[in-house]
Design a protein. Sequence first.
Length: 185
Amino acid sequence: MKLSLSYDAFSHYDTLRNDWCTENGVYEIRIGSGSRDIRLRQPVTVGFGQGFEKRYFGWYDAPNGTPPLADFARLYGKKLPQISSYRKGDFDWNASLDEMSEYSFLARIIRWAGRKTIAKGLGIKPDLSNPEYRMMTTISETAPLRNLALSAPKVMSKGFVNLLLRSANGIFYQKRRRKTSPNEL
């Protein structure tokens, strides 16, 4: 049996070069009826001529700790967009409990109650060293309010989220306006 593979069979798209590339080296050819039923493996060394220089990206060559933004920007290949953090008066439905808790006592209470509820649901005491508990609290505390309102409408109703937003934005009194038509909410 003979199996012929073209140059393209060894190609991959390199986002840094914005082109298809084929690199010299050892490839493993796998033959089987499917990805879970490999019956034959054979390493093949190929040389296509000119090799590509290896690009280094600081932290990404030896990952340890948090990567610096400058290294990530070099890897990304473009200038990173500047994202400003929320401040009192700027909070909207895209803000999270975590972002609002610095400015809102109500947000801190909700975050505390959420942690208690998650721990109770897992049948444990609140413990951030527990990976499952930590994952669930992180998701609930960093999710946008709109997601919390959609996933738990009985607990986080639209009216309650609006109250929370007013609290975080420093608006403690909102004059109620009269409805002008029966279709208006």
